[in-house]
Design a protein around this ligand. Structure first.
Ligand SMILES: [Zn+2]
Length: 183
Protein backbone atom coordinates (compact mmCIF):
# COMPACT_ATOMS: atom_id res chain seq x y z
CA UNK A 1 0.00 0.00 0.00
CA UNK A 2 1.39 3.36 -0.94
CA UNK A 3 0.75 6.65 0.80
CA UNK A 4 -1.54 7.82 -1.98
CA UNK A 5 -3.87 4.87 -1.45
CA UNK A 6 -4.25 5.39 2.24
CA UNK A 7 -7.37 6.95 3.56
CA UNK A 8 -7.13 10.05 5.70
CA UNK A 9 -7.94 7.97 8.79
CA UNK A 10 -5.12 5.56 8.00
CA UNK A 11 -2.69 8.43 7.43
CA UNK A 12 -3.70 10.01 10.72
CA UNK A 13 -3.19 6.71 12.53
CA UNK A 14 0.26 6.25 10.94
CA UNK A 15 1.18 9.85 11.86
CA UNK A 16 0.02 9.35 15.44
CA UNK A 17 2.03 6.12 15.71
CA UNK A 18 5.13 7.85 14.31
CA UNK A 19 4.74 10.71 16.83
CA UNK A 20 4.46 8.22 19.70
CA UNK A 21 7.61 6.39 18.61
CA UNK A 22 9.40 9.73 18.10
CA UNK A 23 8.69 10.94 21.66
CA UNK A 24 9.26 7.50 23.19
CA UNK A 25 12.71 7.38 21.57
CA UNK A 26 13.66 10.75 23.14
CA UNK A 27 12.43 9.60 26.56
CA UNK A 28 14.14 6.20 26.54
CA UNK A 29 17.40 7.66 25.20
CA UNK A 30 17.37 10.34 27.92
CA UNK A 31 16.92 7.67 30.59
CA UNK A 32 19.21 4.96 29.31
CA UNK A 33 21.97 6.71 27.39
CA UNK A 34 22.29 10.11 29.04
CA UNK A 35 21.36 9.37 32.65
CA UNK A 36 18.68 12.06 32.57
CA UNK A 37 15.20 11.91 34.00
CA UNK A 38 11.85 12.16 32.24
CA UNK A 39 9.25 14.62 33.53
CA UNK A 40 6.51 13.51 31.13
CA UNK A 41 5.81 12.47 27.55
CA UNK A 42 2.65 13.32 25.66
CA UNK A 43 1.29 13.03 22.15
CA UNK A 44 -1.93 14.70 21.10
CA UNK A 45 -4.00 13.49 18.20
CA UNK A 46 -3.73 16.64 16.15
CA UNK A 47 -3.29 16.13 12.43
CA UNK A 48 -2.78 19.82 11.70
CA UNK A 49 -0.04 20.30 14.25
CA UNK A 50 3.38 19.05 13.19
CA UNK A 51 4.52 19.27 16.81
CA UNK A 52 1.78 17.19 18.32
CA UNK A 53 4.20 15.48 20.65
CA UNK A 54 6.22 16.65 23.59
CA UNK A 55 8.88 15.01 25.70
CA UNK A 56 10.01 16.96 28.75
CA UNK A 57 13.26 15.69 30.20
CA UNK A 58 15.88 16.89 32.60
CA UNK A 59 19.25 16.30 31.06
CA UNK A 60 22.51 18.09 31.53
CA UNK A 61 24.72 18.55 28.48
CA UNK A 62 28.10 20.20 28.99
CA UNK A 63 30.24 21.73 26.29
CA UNK A 64 32.66 19.00 25.20
CA UNK A 65 32.62 16.83 22.09
CA UNK A 66 30.94 13.93 23.90
CA UNK A 67 28.21 16.22 25.24
CA UNK A 68 27.41 17.62 21.81
CA UNK A 69 27.45 14.08 20.43
CA UNK A 70 24.97 12.89 23.10
CA UNK A 71 22.76 15.93 22.53
CA UNK A 72 22.80 15.34 18.76
CA UNK A 73 21.83 11.70 19.27
CA UNK A 74 19.13 12.66 21.79
CA UNK A 75 17.59 14.92 19.13
CA UNK A 76 18.12 12.53 16.22
CA UNK A 77 16.61 9.36 17.72
CA UNK A 78 13.11 10.85 17.42
CA UNK A 79 13.19 11.24 13.65
CA UNK A 80 15.08 7.97 13.20
CA UNK A 81 12.36 6.18 15.15
CA UNK A 82 9.89 7.64 12.61
CA UNK A 83 12.01 6.12 9.85
CA UNK A 84 11.86 2.71 11.56
CA UNK A 85 8.07 2.72 11.71
CA UNK A 86 7.86 3.71 8.05
CA UNK A 87 6.55 7.25 8.43
CA UNK A 88 9.47 9.10 6.85
CA UNK A 89 12.62 8.35 4.92
CA UNK A 90 16.11 8.73 6.25
CA UNK A 91 17.30 12.28 5.49
CA UNK A 92 20.40 12.72 3.42
CA UNK A 93 22.72 15.56 4.43
CA UNK A 94 21.42 17.71 1.56
CA UNK A 95 17.82 17.13 2.65
CA UNK A 96 18.77 17.95 6.21
CA UNK A 97 20.36 21.23 5.09
CA UNK A 98 17.28 22.06 3.00
CA UNK A 99 15.10 21.54 6.06
CA UNK A 100 17.42 23.67 8.14
CA UNK A 101 17.02 26.51 5.62
CA UNK A 102 13.24 26.48 6.14
CA UNK A 103 13.85 27.54 9.76
CA UNK A 104 10.61 25.96 10.95
CA UNK A 105 11.86 23.10 13.11
CA UNK A 106 13.77 23.91 16.31
CA UNK A 107 14.96 20.31 16.52
CA UNK A 108 16.69 20.54 13.14
CA UNK A 109 18.46 23.70 14.28
CA UNK A 110 19.51 22.05 17.55
CA UNK A 111 20.96 19.06 15.70
CA UNK A 112 22.85 21.36 13.34
CA UNK A 113 24.31 23.36 16.24
CA UNK A 114 25.54 20.12 17.83
CA UNK A 115 27.09 18.91 14.57
CA UNK A 116 28.84 22.23 14.06
CA UNK A 117 30.17 22.18 17.62
CA UNK A 118 31.40 18.61 17.12
CA UNK A 119 33.06 19.49 13.81
CA UNK A 120 34.88 22.46 15.31
CA UNK A 121 36.13 20.39 18.27
CA UNK A 122 39.68 19.08 18.15
CA UNK A 123 38.30 15.56 18.65
CA UNK A 124 36.55 15.70 15.27
CA UNK A 125 38.26 13.47 12.73
CA UNK A 126 37.60 15.62 9.68
CA UNK A 127 36.16 18.89 11.03
CA UNK A 128 33.25 18.54 8.61
CA UNK A 129 29.64 18.70 9.92
CA UNK A 130 28.51 16.39 7.11
CA UNK A 131 30.85 13.66 8.36
CA UNK A 132 29.63 14.23 11.90
CA UNK A 133 26.06 13.92 10.59
CA UNK A 134 26.78 10.56 8.97
CA UNK A 135 28.55 9.24 12.05
CA UNK A 136 25.89 10.52 14.46
CA UNK A 137 23.13 9.04 12.28
CA UNK A 138 24.79 5.63 12.40
CA UNK A 139 25.34 5.90 16.17
CA UNK A 140 21.76 7.04 16.80
CA UNK A 141 20.47 4.14 14.71
CA UNK A 142 22.58 1.71 16.72
CA UNK A 143 21.21 3.21 19.94
CA UNK A 144 17.70 2.53 18.61
CA UNK A 145 18.68 -1.09 17.95
CA UNK A 146 19.72 -1.47 21.55
CA UNK A 147 16.69 0.30 23.03
CA UNK A 148 13.92 -0.74 20.65
CA UNK A 149 12.05 -3.06 23.08
CA UNK A 150 11.90 -0.26 25.67
CA UNK A 151 10.91 2.34 23.04
CA UNK A 152 8.16 0.04 21.75
CA UNK A 153 6.78 -0.44 25.26
CA UNK A 154 6.63 3.33 25.87
CA UNK A 155 5.25 4.08 22.39
CA UNK A 156 2.49 1.46 22.73
CA UNK A 157 1.38 2.96 26.04
CA UNK A 158 1.51 6.48 24.56
CA UNK A 159 -0.67 5.40 21.63
CA UNK A 160 -3.28 4.20 24.08
CA UNK A 161 -3.13 6.92 26.69
CA UNK A 162 -1.52 9.99 25.13
CA UNK A 163 0.32 10.99 28.33
CA UNK A 164 2.79 9.26 30.64
CA UNK A 165 4.50 10.77 33.63
CA UNK A 166 8.18 10.22 34.30
CA UNK A 167 7.61 7.51 36.90
CA UNK A 168 5.45 5.51 34.50
CA UNK A 169 8.07 5.77 31.78
CA UNK A 170 10.81 4.62 34.17
CA UNK A 171 8.79 1.61 35.31
CA UNK A 172 7.98 0.61 31.71
CA UNK A 173 11.62 0.88 30.69
CA UNK A 174 12.70 -1.20 33.71
CA UNK A 175 10.05 -3.83 32.93
CA UNK A 176 11.05 -4.04 29.26
CA UNK A 177 14.71 -4.35 30.29
CA UNK A 178 13.85 -7.19 32.69
CA UNK A 179 11.90 -8.96 29.90
CA UNK A 180 14.90 -8.67 27.65
CA UNK A 181 17.16 -10.23 30.24
CA UNK A 182 14.80 -13.18 30.72
CA UNK A 183 14.63 -13.89 26.99
ZN1 LIG B 1 11.71 15.35 18.76
Amino acid sequence: MTHQHRTRAQREEAFHRACCYHEAAHAVFALKAVGGSVCYVEVNRDWDNPYAGNCRVEVFFGGGYADHWRNALFCMVGRLAEVRVGWRALQTWDEFIDELALENDPETLEIYKCLEAMASDQLSETGDPEDEYDAATADADQALDEMWPEITAVADALMERGYLDGGEVERMVAAAEADGEDA
